[in-house]
Write a protein that binds this ligand. Structure first.
Ligand code: ZN
Length: 467
């Protein structure tokens, strides 16, 4: 593993961002637990997404559909038949691999693989015939484990939005074009796993299905692709670490007219972070046919009485096209951690000679940092200082995610917060007891300002809004 990646994996575990799942049993491949800081950061990412794409948009509404769905969903959507990867097995070591990855040389340089079509585990070149392996996790509805009760853990949240299209449109009186947004758990039984939690078998995705008039789909595709990129930049990802990958026509998914991935430059190479797909009217048509429910859209007559009769759009039903921008929440979290990670050789402190060790600063966007404000008493053995610091901590807790820390030298406490990306630290010192002011320290500039306790919450709010 790449050096930088190793450091991030270690930091993530040591500071409570990400743990291997079921570690006391030796862990499970491609399953991860998000620790207290990882959970907070995920929440912040999700909130930012909801704020931007639901709250601040006039024609996008949110949905939380069930993970388990009617078994017919997955037949109609084509997932039972087509959601597969080609699987091969090494005849010597019985390792299993994706055939397309084996052929295109993706394992070259890993383990024993010196060239394409060579097993990374044992170096052999003899594989079984590729067979199609369905990536959906199979389960049963109810106590009877027979064929008619088979269903699947959803591999994407999209299908819930298609089957509820009519209910959402009518209950929310939406007119096409409009979108349905959803964040939720999805599951894929990946053959190839790895690169920390980049490829996990359980993950959260944020998806938006944007229903539009056929013929306007290409325009909306470009709109959403640009919106998605703006979101990543707004969260703080560096532009130079993002690129677009246009899927060639012949490798498009069974439902897609056009797909563009947004890739991030991970330490292990460019990897998919998000994608925008033009799903056409495929899904609504399929579900309409399979369920016998008319999922077409009837544009209403425009207001204006006699004019309405001449409205050529009114009264003509059509099946909307769907533009689907989608992103992986955990992948985005990983990219944000990598992008924000900075090592400062010899430390950043210029005022003291003592600390010349290497420092880590996580320059996360202020709105996604898991801890927003840390509160310290200058020393822990002066009871009136500690009392005052706890008061300030309680006060700030109403509005901010806070951490209280009184252990160790003040410089060390600052560095502990820098390492997890905390944008602001507040220190209560002896002057506080005289004039009710505190020191407010900025993570990035290390500038320290004297602020009145009465103004502190507002000052902090202003600084978070600047982000
Ligand atoms: Zn092998």
């Amino acid at each position: 593993m790449d050096e930088k990646m190793k450091k991030i994996v270690s930091l993530a575990k040591r500071r409570g961002f990400v743990f291997p799942s079921s570690e006391i049993y030796g862990g499970v491949e491609a399953l991860w637990d998000f620790g207290p800081l990882g959970t907070a950061m995920k929440e912040n990412i999700k909130r930012a997404w909801m704020r931007r794409f639901v709250q601040r948009m006039d024609n996008v509404v949110a949905l939380e559909s069930a993970i388990l769905m009617h078994p017919s969903t997955w037949k109609a959507s084509g997932h039972v038949e087509n959601f597969t990867d080609p699987l091969i097995e090494c005849k010597s070591c019985h390792g299993r691999f994706r055939a397309d990855y084996m052929m295109d040389g993706r394992f070259v340089g890993q383990g024993e693989a010196k060239e394409p079509n060579q097993c990374p585990t044992c170096g052999d070149r003899d594989f079984t015939q590729a067979k199609q392996f369905n990536l959906m996790f199979k389960t049963f509805l109810g106590p009877v484990e027979d064929v008619v009760h088979v269903t699947y853990l959803r591999p994407e949240t999209a299908q819930g939005m298609f089957v509820d299209f009519k209910l959402v449109q009518e209950s929310m009186r939406q007119k096409v074009p409009f979108g349905i947004a959803q964040i939720g758990k999805s599951f894929r039984n990946e053959i190839t796993t790895g690169n920390f939690f980049f490829r996990s078998r359980e993950f959260e995705i944020a998806e938006l299905e944007f229903f539009c008039k056929p013929g306007e789909d290409e325009k909306w595709f470009d709109f959403w692709l640009a919106e998605w990129e703006k979101f990543f930049l707004a969260l703080g990802l560096k532009k130079k670490n993002l690129r677009r990958y246009e899927h060639p026509k012949e490798s498009l998914a069974h439902y897609s007219k056009r797909t563009v991935d947004i890739e991030y430059k991970f330490p292990f190479g460019w990897g998919e972070l998000a994608g925008v797909a033009n799903r056409t009217d495929f899904d609504l048509k399929q579900h309409g046919k399979a369920s016998g429910t008319d999922l077409s859209y009837l544009p209403p007559a425009r207001a204006g009485g006699a004019q309405a009769g001449r409205d050529e759009e009114a009264g003509k039903k059509y099946i909307p096209y769907v533009i689907e921008p989608t992103l992986g929440i955990e992948r985005l979290l990983l990219a944000l951690l990598i992008d924000a990670y900075e090592e400062v050789k010899g430390g950043r402190t210029t005022t003291t000679e003592a600390t010349k060790e290497e420092e880590v600063v996580l320059r996360l966007g202020k709105c996604i940092a898991p801890v927003q404000v840390a509160v310290f008493p200058l020393v822990k053995n002066k009871s009136d200082l500690v009392k005052k610091a706890k008061e300030v901590y309680k006060l700030l807790q109403k509005d901010f995610a806070c951490q209280y820390d009184e252990v160790g030298a003040i410089g060390r406490r600052y560095r502990r917060q820098d390492e997890i990306g905390t944008p602001f630290c507040v220190t209560i010192d002896f002057d506080t007891l005289k004039d009710d002011t505190v020191t407010l320290r900025d993570r990035d500039t290390m500038k320290q300002d004297r602020v009145k306790i009465a103004d502190l919450a507002q000052q902090l709010k202003n600084r978070f809004e600047e982000d």
